[in-house]
Design a protein around this ligand. Structure first.
Ligand SMILES: [Zn+2]
Length: 280
């Protein structure tokens, strides 16, 4: 009875994990990552934006009160102004807010409005792989230690267990490394692009507001919603407004930072090079 109950619980848990990973995956695939609205500009009025021709010579303006200065950013490919932390996605041919990377596995750009979904996809996949490995490991060890075949057992079953365990473990280790790398970026409020440009590794990273605020910046303010790949319309609106008003956002941002200080280096640079090469 106890054994059957355990089996039922294992099946139900695994089914729930797979459902969550599929939900997170398709949420990442179909989500609008956060395009820059047509006509957006960082200037005080339309006239200034229209008459600003020599954009590269435009003087720096304050971004975070007295903390930092920045020039207006212009995308030559879109022929449009772009906010802080927006980058041009050459695959979709447009600028994306807080762009992290273009992911070939989700066939979408990962940015402001679907980075949470992407991280949850990694998280739930890791969890599902871990449970599968835990369920298979006894049979796997038995396969390695048994020289003879168990009575009444097909020759195919142990081979399937062996292959399934090895593939599952390989997926788990790879995705866990990727998840840890992204956890460090979330802890610093950085992105893959910014880490690649080494801006995210600066000792006083301008977007770092401390771990708690950095985490909520991606996963939202409500803790019961953190593991769900979804933003409410109000959250989406707030995120867009925040990303499109970088000056106001940065002004309240600096509270000391150091959110990732508790995380070890974890070979981030090496992992990053590999995944950048793979276009993750
Ligand atoms: Zn662009």
């Amino acid at each position: 009875m106890g054994h059957r109950l355990g089996c039922l619980l294992a099946v139900l848990t695994f089914t729930a994990l797979v459902a969550m990973l599929l939900w997170s995956y398709f949420a990442t695939v179909i989500a609008e990552p956060g395009g820059v609205p047509p006509g957006w500009h960082p200037f005080a009025d339309e006239e200034a934006a229209m008459t600003q021709q020599d954009y590269l010579d435009y003087p720096a303006y304050p971004v975070s009160g007295q903390a930092m200065m920045a020039k207006p950013r212009y995308c030559k490919k879109c022929k449009a102004w772009k906010p802080l932390r927006a980058h041009h996605d050459s695959i979709s041919g447009r600028c994306v807010l807080k762009m992290d990377h273009y992911c070939i596995w989700v066939v979408n750009c990962v940015g402001l409005l679907n980075y949470k979904h992407f991280l949850l996809f990694l998280f739930w996949t890791c969890a599902a792989c871990l449970e599968a490995a835990a369920l298979l490991i006894t049979s796997f060890v038995q396969f390695l230690t048994d020289s003879g075949q168990s009575a009444g057992e097909s020759a195919v079953t142990p081979a399937i267990v062996f292959v399934a365990f090895v593939i599952d473990a390989a997926f788990f280790i790879s995705l866990l490394g990727f998840l840890i790398m992204h956890a460090r970026m979330v802890a610093r409020n950085s992105t893959s692009i910014e880490m690649y440009e080494k801006a995210g590794l600066l000792p006083h990273y301008p977007h770092d507001r401390g771990f708690r605020e950095n985490f909520k910046d991606v996963f939202g303010p409500r803790s019961w919603w953190w593991l769900i790949p979804h933003y409410t319309p109000a959250e989406r609106r707030q995120r867009l407004e925040q990303a499109l008003q970088p000056q106001a956002h940065e002004m309240s941002a600096r509270t000391g930072g150091g959110g990732a200080a508790w995380l070890p280096p974890l070979m981030v640079a090496g992992w990053l090079e590999v995944f950048q090469a793979l276009q993750w």
